[in-house]
Design a protein around this ligand. Structure first.
Ligand SMILES: [Zn+2]
Ligand SMILES: [Zn+2]
Length: 324
């Protein structure tokens, strides 16, 4: 796939000075050069020539690697609450592809159809990294972790947490697993950023206690996620993700009985919260407008897809030769 880079002028958020930034809206991860640029911040990262401020651009970016079956798209954070944005999704958070006919959708490979939506460029980087590290980490370096789970309840654990402000350690109890369908009040706590929040006993700074992974499971609202605070590297060692980038079933205690299909991984508190807000938006829409079902179109096999493409775009095809 060919990808274009273009130069944009962006005003510094700190000093207002304009600088050039290299923008690559579509990153083909199977191209080593593009992958390198993506991971080293050579594109899509703004650096102010005047004051040195750095920021990641916020726009629509895609990272797709057809060889590894990875498809990620980052949307601007500001899109989350917009009705127009939510209109592209079913209640379960799956993409509707409203602008595509069933025939077109059947041609789309499954990994593209299930492209993972994130809400910042940083999240795009972390998710792509996790998917790649999962594949390159050797089997003998992998040690499966076990995430606790108790149906109908929460599981708490005492952890040693290092204060984000004064950097001093303290002991604190935190919820490490939550069956949200049995404890709906937790949604309100998370919405108000009170979930697992506690003050530091040394300096008083209130913060999210996240020194252990958090399993948040709300199947009624199609939102199941593991907030994993240790980064993609350890996620690979802990054998956290399956081939589709979802939480590996066997990592969750008794997962077979509890419906953990499609549990996501989030690597930052922001991503956890963004995804929560996204699903809260879908819940609100459902309450106001009724159910929006996911699109159910069987994908074509590779052979069938080839035939269908030839019929439409081949010599004498209905729609002329395929451009692009
Ligand atoms: Zn500046
Ligand atoms: Zn402190």
């Amino acid at each position: 796939m060919q990808t274009e880079t273009f130069t944009d002028r962006v005003a510094c958020p700190k000093c207002s000075q304009e600088s050039d930034v290299q923008v690559m809206p579509f990153i083909d991860g199977s191209d080593p050069d593009q992958r390198e640029k993506f991971f080293t911040g050579a594109v899509n990262v703004f650096r102010c020539d005047s004051c040195g401020t750095e920021m990641m651009l916020s726009s629509l970016f895609e990272y797709v690697d057809p060889n590894l079956g990875i498809a990620l798209a980052s949307m601007p954070e500001a899109a989350i609450g917009h009705d127009e944005f939510l209109a592209d999704f079913a209640d379960d958070g799956s993409l509707l592809y409203s602008d595509r006919s069933d025939d077109d959708l059947a041609l789309l490979p499954l990994f593209l159809r299930h492209r993972r939506i994130v809400f910042s460029y940083a999240e795009l980087l972390l998710q792509a990294e996790a998917r790649i590290l999962r594949l390159v980490t050797k089997a003998d370096e992998k040690q499966g972790i076990s995430l606790p789970w108790k149906a109908g309840d929460t599981v708490s654990q005492t952890v040693t947490h290092t204060c984000i402000a004064c950097k001093q350690p303290f002991e604190q109890e935190m919820i490490v697993a939550a069956d949200v369908s049995a404890k709906p009040e937790l949604r309100e706590q998370l919405a108000e950023q009170r979930f697992n929040a506690a003050p530091c006993p040394h300096c008083g700074q209130v913060q999210l206690i996240d020194s252990a992974p958090i399993l948040w499971h709300d199947p009624e609202h199609f939102f199941s996620v593991v907030y994993y605070p240790f980064g993609p590297d350890r996620a690979a060692q802990d054998d956290l993700l399956d081939a589709a980038g979802m939480i590996e079933y066997s990592r969750i205690d008794e997962s077979r009985h509890s419906g953990f299909a499609g549990t996501l991984a989030a690597f930052t508190p922001h991503e956890f919260y963004h995804r929560f807000l996204f699903h809260e938006g879908l819940i609100k829409r459902q309450a106001a407008q009724g159910v929006t079902k996911p699109r159910n179109v069987e994908p074509l096999s590779e052979d069938e897809a080839r035939k269908a493409l030839e019929e439409r775009f081949g010599p004498g095809g209905k729609q002329g030769p395929l451009v692009n």
